[in-house]
Structure formats: C-alpha cells, structure tokens
Design a protein around this ligand. Sequence first.
Ligand SMILES: Nc1nc2c(ncn2[C@@H]2O[C@H](COP(=O)(O)OP(=O)(O)O)[C@@H](O)[C@H]2O)c(=O)[nH]1
Ligand SMILES: [Mg+2]
Length: 354
Amino acid sequence: MKIGIVGLSQVGKTTIFSLLTGLEVDLFAQEHQRGTAKVHDPRVDTLAKMYEPKKVTYATLEFFDTPPLKINDKKERTQVFNALQSVEALMLVIRAFKNESVPTPEVEKPVDQLKATLDEFLFRDLDIITGRIERLENAKRKLEPKEETELKLLKRLVEVLENEELLSKLELTDDEKKLLGGFSLVTLKPIAVTVNLDEEQFQRKDYETKNEVLKICAKNNFAYVELCGKLEMELNALSEEERVEFLKEIGAEESGIQRLSRALYNQVGLISFFTVGKDEVRAWTLRKGATAVDAAGAIHSDLARGFIKAEVMKYDDLIRLGSEKAVKEAGLVKLVGKDYVVEDGDIITIRFNI
Ligand SMILES: Nc1nc2c(ncn2[C@@H]2O[C@H](COP(=O)(O)OP(=O)(O)O)[C@@H](O)[C@H]2O)c(=O)[nH]1
Ligand SMILES: [Mg+2]
C-alpha cells in the first residue's frame, strides 16, 4: 500500500517521512523519496511475548515524500501529482508549530493551509478532467457509447469540483470507478490530515483554528492525527527502554508516529490478520472484505491454490483465555471455508494441499 505525503513548504513533510521510514534524509533534497514504514501494532508485541518466536514481522506501508505544493502554481502541482499517480492514499501535512527559525509556509493559519492544499487537489482533478473532456469533445469522429458514458460522468464530476467539493463525496458504481481508474484522481483517494504541533500546543492539545480544521476533516471523512515532530525526533534518538519511560512521562502509550501509521492503515481500509508460531509471529495486510482464500494468497500463492480450510481464532479470545489450548477447549477455534470474510485480529492457520 503506497501513501503520498503532501503539503505546503516547511510544514514538516520530510521530517515525518524520515521518522516514519527511519531513513536519513536531506531536508533540502527536492527529488521524490520513497521508503517503507512499520505499522505499529501492540497486538503483535503481545503475541510475540506469548510465542517467543525467532522472528517478528509487522505490517508495512510505503511512503512517498514530495516537494512542496506552491499555491496556484500549476507546474509545481503537476510535478507533485504526476509523481503520486501510483499512491492509493494521501497524507496531508499542515503545520501549527511556531518557530521563528523555520520559515513560515505560504499561508500561516493551519486551517488556511488545509484549505489551500485541498484547493490544489481540486485544481489537479479539474485539470485532468477538463483536459479529457476537451479531447473527447474535439475528437473528429463519432464517440463510442462507452466514451459517451464517460463524457457524461466527467461532466458530473466537474460540477462537484466547481462547487468546491471533493469527488470522494460521490457515490460511484463499480463501473464508474473503473472508468475513472486510469486518471488517478486526487480527491477520490482516502486522505489523512496530520497536524504538526510544537510541544506547548501538544501539551494543551490545542492550536489556532483547530475547530475549523476538525470540521473540515469530519465533513470529508478524513482521518485526523496530531503529533509533535520535534518530540518525535527526540523519541527517535532514544533506546527502546528510554522511549517507553519518556512516553510514560508525557502520559502517552505510543509515539505519534506509531499512532499515525495505524490511523493511515485504517483510513485506507486495511485490516491485519496474524500468523503465529515458534518461527515467526507476523501481521499480514488485507483489504476490508477480503476472504480466507485471499489471506492464504497473501502468505503464498501456493496456499491459495491448495486451500482446503482455515482455522481461525480471535486475538481477543486468545488474550482473554491465555493460551491456544484454552481457546480450543472453549470451542472457539473455527474451521472456515474459502469465502469466510476475514476480520481484523483473526489469527489464521491455513490447511492446504499441493
Ligand atoms: N520546531 C519544530 N521544527 C520542526 C518540526 N518539524 C519539522 N521542523 C523543522 O522545520 C523545517 C522544515 O521541515 P521539513 O520536514 O523539511 O518540511 P517540508 O518542507 O514540509 O518537507 C526543518 O528545519 C525541520 O527541522 C517541529 O515539529 N517543530
Ligand atoms: Mg520536504
């Protein structure tokens, strides 16, 4: 799953990218960078304590950092979004932190940054769609029925965008989604808003225009995460033990980056199932609605091909009852077929034959 990090300049995009991926980055580099981030999941830690496996593997997300968007700068916008065509979701970063030594973004208030960035998203989609409409309308031939349908749909989209609304508010049929798939429209993608706070704002859990930011997020179904980039950088420099201690002191259970990775994961509609054993405890990624045979396929295509049944135990049952044996005795290990819809937190063993 690929996620693009976007926002105005000097809001902390590259800092957050570096924290998420653990990559050392040059803050002044302007080219796109990509890296992989672990999705923190305390359930994996708990399972690892229980099974003491040789290896522990977390789910991952892939991130793309981008150069800053500049307000009303079409060239810059095209560059940023062309690089993001393959991403499935966007993390939109805005800055609340105040620091005189860091130049302020083009607009200062967090809510104005959010609006300005969303406008860039809208403009991008309008550019793409109106370009396509022109090409269809200027075609020197009779349009095919499929193209007529497309043209009608595109005009519907333009109306939405011209009303300054995001395309994600539309209910599209599967056919319509397919028609639009190739355009990689920005405002159809899931969006998570991340606000970069300073320590003082982080402590009082407030910043200028927060209510307005929250309103926009709620209206558009954006995920919303607050974190303090500076604090995260300090946390990052600590050992695991010191980190736990430090987090306790500030009254948090996990770091902002850990929270962020999970919020993104959920926002994109992903769930995890687990495999457990002495060799490895591992979290695997599926889309909501995926079935047992999809789970088998995530592990290995052979398991999907030779799928017979899957044994499913619920993470919560395992924790509540304390052992796999106890879960079995309570009759809570279910044997399921191909079409079983996997739930987040299922612990799965595939029975297969090849
Ligand atoms: N004080 C403070 N500075 C930060 C924070 N996050 C990032 N910065 C600094 O802000 C500057 C811009 O950050 P950068 O990640 O390059 O922003 P980008 O332009 O959005 O990629 C850098 O000098 C960072 O060290 C933060 O939470 N607090
Ligand atoms: Mg940057």
